[in-house]
Design a protein around this ligand. Structure first.
Ligand code: SF4
Ligand code: SF4
Length: 368
């Protein structure tokens, strides 16, 4: 980051930013505490944001706990990612009313003008992957495109990655580098918490101008660099993505797939929490008169038996086959399709797997 591009503020600057965005008609989405987790939701007031919490994550384990530090970003990613606002779990594509002779067709709802608060660098990179999938292929997803065009992103660096994070391996964090309008760094100083803000777009620059903030000092910028280095060095899970991609191509018949497949419940949790999984199915429904019908798009998963059903049967009938499909697609074949890995190192699939299956351990086992 160019040093002269960071501004300094205390929490009041962020509160003013929130008010400014409310006045511009944005629906503001951010992390809040719900159901014993850091979830995402619409924040009506700045106080709704999760504040004074950290989290504890391990394989198949997640807990939040209050901490004396009243920071806004002292936890790693929760179970939900911002994917659900750009690519909703369930969305009406269209509905029809009437009879064969006379009917009308209506398309589903349009996306709202949104701002995302506190997008961590892994999730920011995941949005770039979704951009490739939905905007840069042969078919453009118009709903996603509209949502993206109206979106404002306030990113946040991670002071405290979880034990399951491995963004240093996937080269996707812990500092947001690009793809945001504003990037916020929360620093715990001797005199309390302060924030350094960098701009990443013209929209971001306009917003910052109105806040009339001071430049950050050289010491404050150094504190930020130290905080990022400390976060990066705290991550213990490691692998090299391009080596992993090659390794997986050579180990398709390894006995590991049967071992892990016997533990896997095929519950699809890992794909639901993953910020880059994008597979869907469509379902059609109609009322009893047949005069009203709807088509819905909904998330699906390669772990669901029917997902690979084609006429005559399922292509991947067993759990080991489904697990292998998921991991090899995500970490290897994704390169052929989209030019990158499909994994951004957020660790969610490890935390939210009910039997604690860990893809980084799988790679270690295959490498051995
Ligand atoms: S595969 Fe796991 S660690 Fe990688 S992006 Fe998906 S949920 Fe995160
Ligand atoms: S790997 Fe874990 S989360 Fe994924 S389907 Fe299997 S049991 Fe469920």
């Amino acid at each position: 980051m160019a040093k002269h591009h960071a501004f300094r503020t205390d929490i009041k600057g962020l509160i003013s930013l929130f008010s400014q965005l409310s006045g511009q008609g944005y629906s503001q989405i951010g992390p809040l505490v719900r159901d014993g987790a850091i979830m995402l939701g619409e924040i009506q007031s700045f106080d709704d944001l999760a504040q004074g919490y950290t989290d504890e994550q391990a394989q198949g384990h997640y807990r939040i706990k209050p901490i004396p530090n009243k920071g806004l970003f002292q936890y790693a990613v929760g179970p939900q990612s911002f994917k659900q606002y750009l690519h909703p779990p369930r969305r009406k594509l269209w509905s029809t009313n009437g009879t064969n002779q006379n009917f009308t067709v209506e398309t589903g709802d349009k996306p709202q003008k949104m701002v995302f608060w506190g997008v961590r660098s892994c999730d920011l990179e995941a949005i770039k992957i979704l951009d490739r999938v939905f905007l840069e292929g042969a078919f453009v997803n118009k709903w996603y495109q509209q949502a993206r065009e109206q979106l404002l992103i306030i990113a946040a660096s991670c002071p405290l990655p979880s034990a399951n994070c491995f963004c240093t391996s996937t080269h996707t964090g812990p500092k947001p580098e690009s793809g945001f309008d504003l990037g916020v760094h929360e620093i715990s100083g001797n005199n309390g918490i302060y924030y350094l803000i960098e701009t990443g777009s013209q929209k971001g620059e306009k917003l910052i101008k109105k806040l009339q903030l001071q430049w950050a000092s050289a010491e404050e910028l150094e504190s930020m660099e130290r905080m990022i280095e400390k976060a990066a060095s705290s991550m213990k899970k490691r692998f090299e993505p391009t080596e992993a991609a090659e390794l997986l191509k050579k180990t398709l018949e390894h006995k590991y797939w049967d071992e892990v497949g016997n533990r896997c419940l095929s519950c699809a949790n890992c794909t639901m929490v993953c910020p880059t999984c994008f597979c869907t199915s469509t379902e059609d429904i109609t009322d009893i008169t047949g005069e009203h019908s709807e088509r819905w798009l909904r998330w699906d998963s390669c772990f669901n038996g029917d997902f690979s059903y084609i006429q005559g049967g399922k292509v991947r009938g067993s759990t080991p086959a489904r697990y292998r499909q998921w991991m090899t697609h995500k970490l290897s074949y994704w390169y052929h399709q989209f030019g990158t890995s499909g994994c951004v190192g957020c660790g969610r699939c490890v935390t939210w797997c009910p039997v604690g299956i860990d893809i980084t351990e799988g790679l270690e086992e295959l490498a051995r």
